[in-house]
Structures are given as structure tokens and as C-alpha cells.
Design a protein around this ligand. Structure first.
Ligand SMILES: *Cc1c(COP(=O)(O)O)cnc(C)c1O
Length: 429
């Protein structure tokens, strides 16, 4: 069974002030987990987790993670602006973008963030906006530290089978390109180098990071042999997953940290590469389980199937519609009732994939019941959109002291119309 971090009573009290649907995040859950991550990698002196901002780009949450020692992994200018607004600069920022607009390279370089190059051609893009001290109009220096993203191609396999398919993914460089990129960067005066790879997403396995680490550590030794470069850091990126389904076993970050350490000792230390910092860019694992979407049952419909209509829709949480992703649902107050009904739980979009659950065994749902949709703390609010003119909902924080803080208000029609040119149209706000 998966437990909600809200009771029905608390959820109703919150809903009386902030109408459903709303997102709510659990500060204590986020802090405790971030501490476990730090503890698990304490053995590595330079360890740093760069929270993947795209997972939950709310500055209040980011501030909490910053207080717990995290930096930020950004991939766009607005994400960089969020990190900047929180006072993060320099090596507290990792910029792991792809298909990157040149002006974003210039922006991150001005902040002193670490650029993680997705492609060898991006060296020229970077040169075009940061040509170096002498030639640069505003004195924009070419960065001293640069990381490169690796894509081994093929399929990514572990003992328990194929995890993902890097050969089909648009990210990173081939090994040949990687070696060439390091040489070229060195000739441009870069003095500190990193290596990055993201080979599988949402891995519910304690073996993913250790396995990835063994491959990257091995590659680090090859890089040194071929280019003479001793890497300063190796970035395991994201991909550590969470158990969306109640029968899945959660990852044990302590074991994951130990597993990476073992590979570090086995591969890097004997090669004298024992100063390499390990870093991570986890998003889902950092906040996923500590957020929920709370929505109210507003309709029931009996045709060829049984439908429960709720006041949230795919605009608020697109993962089920987009990936067929499973999100567990708890009907608050009916946690222990028999799950003897089978429902499709649907939103109001004119899109038949707007379903939070299909053929789900749930307790009998009555109109007015509050449904708690689990594991919506990452890649959930942030993937929202505005189809059907639907408005995004509020985000709330359940603080450690039990109080609730509004950390993003719900959109209003005025927000939806704000980008239109409505000066000749009367009647719109
Ligand atoms: C999305 C992303 C992450 C975070 O992934 P999670 O699965 O949320 O851990 C980290 N790094 C990069 C480059 C990403 O694109």
C-alpha cells in the first residue's frame, strides 16, 4: 500500500482555503530525502547533486534543496534565471541542455555555470558567443571548465535486461567525437573537464548508477590515455527512479552510493584518478514521491464503462496521457475500504486520453470525494499546458511545522489571455 502524506481531514481543510485541484509538496519528505542522498555519497569529497530544475521549477522548493546543499541543473534560460534569482552562480549551476540557442550559452557563461556540451558542433557555437578575453566585445571569456555528454549508442543493458535505447536518443556524442571534443577544448584553453551521460530513465534498480558509473569511470581512464586529460568530475545525471506502482521496491540510495563507491575504488583509484568528483542531476528521485495532485470527484457516468470525472485534467498532470504512466490514486478517507469498483478516472478535456486511471480497482467513489494522485512531485506540474483553455492550478507547500503555504497561485483567465493582442477586442480581461 502507498500512503498519502495528507489525511482526508487535512486535505478538506486545505481545500476550503485553496480550491481543488491543487498540487501539494511535503517539505519534510524533500529535506529528509536530500539528506539521505548527501549521506550516501559522503565518501566522495567533491560530490554534488544538481537538482534537475525541469522536474519541479518552483523557487520555494529550489530554495529548500539549496539549503540541503544542492546545486541546480538547468537546461533553458528561464531555468537559469530561477537559479540566478536564488543566488546560485558559478559551479553551483550545471547547464545540461541540447539543441541549445547560442544566447543561452552566453547567459550561462556570464553566470559562470558549468556547460555540459551535448554535441561537438556546440564548441563552435560556444566560441561564437564566448570568443575569449581579447576578441570578445564584452570580455566574454571562453569557459575554463567544460563537460561533455556521451552517448554510447546501441542499447543500454544490465543484468536484468535492456534498460533503454541510447542508439535512438538525440543526446550526446559518440566516443570518437568525445575524444576529439576534449582535444579541441584543451587547445582552446579549457583546464577542467567533466563527463556526463544519461542512459536510462526512471530506473527502479539499485544497480543503474553503479553500472553507469563503471562505464563512465572506464571511459575516464581511456580519455586520459588518449588525450592526457584527467577529468575533474563525472556526472551520472538523472534517471534514478521512484516506485510509481505500489508493488515496486523503492531504490535504496545508500546502496546506490555504496555501489558507485565500489566502482570508484575498483576503476579510478588504481589509475590514480582519485580526485574525481562524482555528481548527479536527479530530479524525479529528489521530489517525485513528495508531491501529490489533489482533485475532487465531480461527476460519475455509467455507459459502457464506469467513469469518475474529477476537477483536474491532463493539463495539470499529463504523464498518464503522454506515456501511459501509472500514478497511484488514494481516495482520501477510504484508504481501508474494499477496492471493489473498477473505474476510469477522467478529466474534462476533449481528448479521450485524458484519463488518470484506466480500469483501476478503487473503493466506491462518491461525488465530493477527494482523490490523492501520488508521486506528482516531479515532471508533473512542470509539464502542464493550456489545452482547451484550461488553467493551471495552484502549488502548495506542506511545511515541516504543519502549516500550508501557497507557493504558486492558480492561473486566472487574465493569465490565459495575457499574451494575446486584445486591444481591439472588448470584453476580455
Ligand atoms: C531530465 C534530466 C535530468 C533529470 O532526470 P530525472 O529522471 O528526473 O532524474 C537530469 N539531467 C538531464 C540532462 C535531464 O535531461
Amino acid at each position: 500500500m502507498k500512503d498519502a502524506f495528507l489525511t482526508k481531514e487535512l486535505a478538506e481543510a486545505i481545500a476550503s482555503e485553496y480550491p481543488t485541484p491543487f498540487y501539494i509538496y511535503d517539505e519534510k519528505g524533500i529535506r529528509d530525502n536530500a539528506r539521505r542522498v548527501r549521506e550516501a555519497f559522503r565518501w566522495n569529497r567533491g560530490f554534488h547533486e544538481f537538482f534537475a530544475v525541469k522536474a519541479l521549477p518552483n523557487p520555494v522548493i529550489m530554495q529548500i534543496l539549496k539549503e540541503e546543499g544542492c546545486g541546480f541543473d538547468c537546461s533553458s534560460q528561464t531555468e537559469l534565471m530561477l537559479a540566478e534569482a536564488l543566488g546560485s552562480t558559478g559551479e553551483e549551476i550545471m547547464f545540461s541542455s541540447n539543441d541549445t540557442p547560442p544566447e543561452e550559452f552566453a547567459y550561462v557563461n556570464r553566470l559562470g555555470g558549468v556547460i555540459n556540451l551535448d554535441d561537438i558542433t556546440h564548441i563552435d557555437t560556444l566560441l561564437s558567443v564566448c570568443p575569449g578575453d581579447d576578441k570578445a566585445p564584452g570580455g566574454v571569456r571562453f569557459p575554463e571548465t567544460v563537460s561533455c555528454r556521451y552517448n554510447p549508442g546501441g542499447v543500454f543493458e544490465m543484468a536484468n535486461g535492456i534498460m533503454d535505447n541510447p542508439g535512438d536518443s538525440k543526446y550526446g556524442m559518440t566516443k570518437v567525437q568525445l575524444m576529439e571534443a576534449y582535444q579541441r577544448l584543451k587547445s582552446l584553453g579549457v583546464s577542467r573537464f567533466g563527463l556526463h551521460a544519461f542512459l536510462a530513465s526512471n530506473t527502479v534498480s539499485n544497480d543503474y548508477y553503479p553500472h553507469l558509473a563503471s562505464r563512465l569511470f572506464q571511459l575516464a581512464t581511456e580519455i586520459r590515455r588518449e588525450t592526457g586529460i584527467a577529468l575533474s568530475f563525472i556526472n551520472l545525471s538523472g534517471g534514478v527512479g521512484i516506485p510509481y506502482r505500489p508493488e515496486e521496491m523503492p531504490n535504496d540510495i545508500r546502496k546506490i552510493g555504496e555501489g558507485v563507491k565500489e566502482q570508484y575504488r575498483r576503476i579510478l583509484v588504481p589509475e590514480g584518478l582519485d580526485e574525481v568528483a562524482v555528481c548527479t542531476e536527479m530530479g524525479r528521485f529528489m521530489t517525485g514521491p513528495y508531491g501529490a495532485l489533489v482533485t475532487r470527484a465531480v461527476h460519475e457516468k455509467h455507459i459502457y464503462k464506469e467513469y469518475i470525472g474529477v476537477d483536474a485534467c491532463a493539463v495539470h498532470l499529463i504523464r498518464p496521457a503522454m506515456y501511459g504512466a501509472y500514478h497511484h490514486i488514494t481516495v482520501l478517507g477510504k484508504e481501508h475500504a474494499p477496492h471493489d469498483h473498477i473505474y476510469d478516472v477522467v478529466g474534462s478535456l476533449c481528448e479521450n486520453n485524458d484519463k488518470f486511471a484506466i480500469d483501476r480497482h478503487l473503493p466506491r467513489i462518491d461525488k465530493g470525494d477527494l482523490l490523492y494522485i501520488h508521486d506528482a512531485g516531479a515532471h508533473s506540474f512542470s509539464m502542464g499546458y493550456n489545452y482547451n483553455g484550461k488553467l493551471k492550478c495552484a502549488e502548495l507547500l506542506l511545511r515541516e511545522d504543519g502549516s500550508v503555504r501557497l507557493i504558486r497561485r492558480a492561473e486566472t483567465p487574465a493569465d490565459y489571455f495575457a499574451t494575446l493582442d486584445v486591444c481591439n477586442i472588448k470584453g476580455l480581461p
